[in-house]
Design a protein around this ligand. Structure first.
Ligand code: ADP
Ligand code: MG
Length: 356
């Protein structure tokens, strides 16, 4: 059994220990909770790497990519654990760090730079999904929606093209008429460029997240138990969304009223099987590696819609991915070991060729 295989099966520590650089976008000292979460994630991954017997070195990245390259050359890592989510607070710079690693020829964990770019840019991700017939809600650019109502029925939701973690998403994101939609686009375009916003058909229904972790077959990740986000006691008219407050404002109504459950009724087995199949199509379509989470809504007719594909989802201890992994009986150490083992296998060139 090779070292890597032994590591994957959990039967041995890697031999020799690896030097792993943990790469992340340095958060602004005045960062909001979503950005500051990067530090929690870095700490959790560092802890797991050390427990696995590796050496871990933090490499924060800013727009000074030359400095990051110099730091990486000095560390001479065997592998980079890529936790970069945004650079200098900008989601649209998310792919710069992994692209730099490609340029330097350093192997790294999780999705390749191209997959990160294409899944993070939500309109491109939707174009690619729709192009192969995968169900994603209809959409239109925010600029077009300002001129005339979207060419599909409301309600609508205004979303950020690049930002994740529900940044900027408040209740007003969901609009039922053209006036409310325009007002929300104007409000949001005060903090994000207009072309970084888009409008999507609002799917008023259940929300489920499916998480996947690499196995020794890059085409066949292990599915974690599906999670459902519940909307408890939402007053009539309050949009049922997992917006910024639901994710980050601990103690707020939205935070408390949107618990995650794993005990999904047995009658939903066909739905869960459909979501699993769709998620695996996304995994192959975008060339995902390591770990991923796909977010769905299910409309009142029972049809699933892909909201987004999260390459390299958050793996902080309280994040959805780790909750699902824990439910599958995996520790943080198991998750990190499997992500590292997957990265050590390298990128199979064959997967980049031919049709999906
Ligand atoms: N089309 C939609 N229909 C219903 N709810 C949506 C839709 N798009 C987003 N949401 C809500 O907004 C949340 C955040 O949107 P999402 O697309 O997952 O972006 P991100 O998590 O990257 O901020 C979702 O978890 C969901 O609650
Ligand atoms: Mg999401």
């Amino acid at each position: 059994m090779s070292d890597e295989r032994a590591v994957l099966k959990g039967t041995a520590l890697p031999s020799p220990a690896l030097t792993v650089a943990i790469l992340y976008g340095r958060p602004d000292p005045a960062a909001s909770a979503d950005e500051a979460d990067t530090v929690t994630q870095v700490n959790a991954v560092r802890q797991a790497l050390l427990c696995l017997g590796h050496r871990a070195v933090d490499v924060p990245v800013t727009l000074d990519l030359a400095a990051a390259a110099a730091a990486l050359r000095a560390v001479r890592p065997d592998l980079v654990f890529n936790l970069s989510e945004s650079l200098e607070g900008k989601g649209c710079l998310i792919h710069l760090a992994p692209s730099l690693l490609d340029g330097l020829g350093i192997p790294y964990t999780g999705a390749p730079a191209e997959a990160i770019l294409l899944t993070s840019q939500k309109i491109w991700a939707k174009r690619i999904l729709a192009g192969v017939g995968l169900p994603t809600p209809p959409w239109v650019s925010a600029a077009r929606a300002l001129g005339s109502p979207p060419p599909f029925p409301g309600p609508w939701i205004v979303k950020s093209v690049w930002e994740h973690a529900s940044v900027g998403m408040e209740d007003t994101a969901v609009a039922s008429d053209a006036a409310a939609l325009s007002a929300e686009i104007r409000r949001r375009s005060g903090r994000e460029p207009l072309d970084h916003l888009f409008v999507e058909g609002f799917v008023d229904g259940r929300e489920l997240n499916l998480s996947f972790l690499a196995t020794d077959d890059p085409e066949a990740p292990q599915g974690m138990p599906p999670a459902e986000m519940l909307f408890l006691g939402f007053p009539e008219g309050k949009p049922r969304i997992v917006g910024w407050r639901a994710k980050w404002a601990e103690g707020s109504f939205e935070y408390v009223a949107t618990p995650r459950r794993f005990d999904i009724p047995a009658a939903d087995a066909p739905l869960l099987a459909a979501l699993d199949g769709l998620s695996r199509e996304c995994w192959r379509l975008f060339d995902l590696r390591g770990y991923a989470r796909v977010d769905f809504r299910v409309d009142p007719a029972g049809r699933p819609w892909i909201l987004e594909v999260n390459a390299n989802p958050c793996i902080s201890p309280d994040a959805g991915f780790m909750a699902a992994a824990g439910r599958a009986g995996l520790t943080a150490g198991d998750v990190v070991r499997r992500i590292v083992a997957d990265a050590l296998r390298g990128r199979p060139a064959a997967r980049k060729e031919g049709s999906p």
